[in-house]
Design a protein around this ligand. Structure first.
Ligand code: F6P
Ligand code: MG
Length: 500
């Protein structure tokens, strides 16, 4: 109550005694999702992030179990290499790499704070450290967003070697990447026998007839290229040869049966876009080496031979990345192995592989090398693909790369990780339209048509018709978001006026 202060004679402030009423609520404004674009940053995606400490999420299993397993396997790989070395200086240098890998294992398992990357002179250090200092100071492996923490682990793995004298370029996953291709013989030769013969364009076909035919081939090849992604190494740890064979089946019946598993399916409109091109340019943001890369090459080969494209650009990684991702040496390896290799020689394989099979594969490899020489196939490796930034930041953090992609008639992002980076890897509602989920990639001026060909292997899911995710949550016994059994083919028109 107001009153006179006897000491000063002034009127004192009014106070109310409201002891019997409920306490006053602290007014914390609830965060509205999606966040407005200006509030979005790597630690605050448009919808809530997945983080390793979320025990219900796949992020938890990956951070707690899968990454340590991958790292332990990588250490074994280094020992294999060391066993074949004879120079003392090279051996002791490699041992120091192992010590650094063990320290990384301790940090990962002890949930250490994310420190900055040691300056090893590589061009990506500044980008990494800027992101760490600006958004992840004090964060650890488990409470940083999963996407960043996982990518960071692969950059730290690189650091184990980049600080060495002799092993800077060493790829701990190279052996495994080669192995999966050799273990994919059935599907490799099946495709080689169908596509080795050069395509002869039938001049008697009207343009409409040619387009109808192209659409049919496109429909199958795009799906082969899509499902080629289901056999990546980070998930293959426990798979048998028969499991791989089943996943890689390329027959028409099998494809028709699996098309119902494409939950968000823009294949038809994508086919209209692609077959409407003549002498165009398509870019593949590659995912995995080995069998998946082989399916990408078969697809690209047809795009060139059919006259749809004059050039196809392939974008790979500069670092050993998420176990199976394509690097320049994996690209060179597959082209050269198709031509010169003696793969598929294991006891249970060699009786099934004919001279014709080998000849078909060689024909493909020679044609692809020729395409590369002629500039019809162009391979690139921009450092941005191996940062912790999502692709929402592509135009601002890598404007040169964005400008090149804007010259393309279609940019195809392969695989799960690329999809996570396109969509900011967060809890977006499953029915969120793809163009909304990829933000600036769809809305920036000059944005090209962007397509995601992804078998679903992690939590983020967008672009599904209403009710589909809820139905699968109820009916599927295993986690349908990580099984690799389902997929999406999603297209954003960009700002070119492509009708969807
Ligand atoms: O370790 C899990 C993960 O990062 C998942 O995102 C994904 O399932 C996989 O690795 C990589 O998949 P992809 O090779 O298709 O990007
Ligand atoms: Mg991959």
């Amino acid at each position: 109550m107001a009153g006179i202060d006897p000491a000063t004679g002034k009127v004192s402030k009014t106070t109310l005694n409201l002891g019997n009423l409920p306490p006053r609520k602290q007014s914390v404004a609830p965060v509205a999702f999606p966040r407005t674009p200006t509030r979005v940053n790597p630690n605050q995606p448009p919808w809530p992030a997945f983080r390793g400490y979320h025990e219900y999420s796949f992020a938890h299993a990956v951070m707690g179990v899968r990454l340590p397993t991958i790292l332990a396997k990588a250490i074994q790989d280094v020992y294999l290499t060391m066993n074949a070395e004879y120079e003392e200086e090279r051996i002791t240098d490699l041992l120091k790499c192992v010590e650094r890998m063990e320290k990384l294992m301790d940090d990962l398992q002890g949930n250490a704070k994310l420190r900055t990357i040691i300056d090893d002179g590589a061009g990506d250090v500044a980008l990494w450290n800027k992101e760490i200092s600006k958004y992840f100071k004090g964060k650890d492996f488990m409470n940083a967003p999963w996407l960043f923490a996982e990518a960071y682990k692969y950059r730290r793995l690189r650091e184990c070697f980049s600080l060495s004298k002799f092993w800077v370029e060493y790829d701990v996953f190279f052996r495994q990447k080669c192995d999966t291709f050799s273990r994919s013989a059935t599907a490799v030769f099946e495709l080689a026998s169908r596509f080795a013969e050069p395509t002869i364009l039938d001049m008697n076909l009207t343009p409409e007839e040619k387009r109808t035919k192209d659409k049919l081939v496109f429909h199958e090849l795009a799906q082969i290229c899509l499902w080629g992604n289901s056999t990546d190494l980070s998930l293959l740890i426990d798979m048998t040869e028969d499991d791989i064979k089943a996943l890689q089946s390329t027959g028409g019946d099998h494809l028709a049966a699996t098309e119902k598993n494409i939950l968000g399916n823009d294949l038809k409109v994508l086919g209209d876009l692609v077959t409407g091109m003549s002498g165009g340019r398509i870019d593949f943001i590659l995912d995995n080496a080995g069998f998946e890369l082989y399916t990408d090459l078969v697809f690209a080969d047809w795009l060139i031979q059919s006259g749809i494209c004059r050039e196809v650009h392939f974008h790979g990684k500069i670092l050993p990345w998420f176990v199976s991702d394509v690097r320049r040496q994996d690209w060179n390896w597959i082209l050269n192995q198709c031509v010169y290799g003696h793969l598929f020689q294991s006891e249970d394989q060699k009786n099934d592989v004919s001279e014709d099979d080998i000849a078909h594969l060689r024909t493909l490899g020679m044609r692809w090398k020729q395409f590369e020489q002629e500039g019809k196939f162009q391979y690139h490796q921009h450092p941005f693909w191996c940062t912790g930034f999502t692709f929402w930041h592509l135009h601002s953090e890598a404007p040169d790369l964005w400008d090149t992609l804007c010259e393309s008639d279609l940019v195809i992002f392969k695989g799960d990780l690329n999809h996570r980076k396109l969509t900011y890897d967060c809890h977006a509602p499953p029915s969120t339209p793809f163009a909304q989920a990829i933000g600036p990639l769809a809305s920036e001026p000059g944005a090209p048509p962007i397509c995601s060909l992804r078998t679903i292997k992690s939590d983020v899911v967008v672009g599904l018709p209403e009710g589909v995710a809820e139905r699968l949550d109820e009916t599927e016994t295993e986690n349908w978001k990580i099984s690799g059994k389902y997929a999406v083919v999603l297209l954003s028109p960009g700002d070119r006026g492509v009708k969807i």
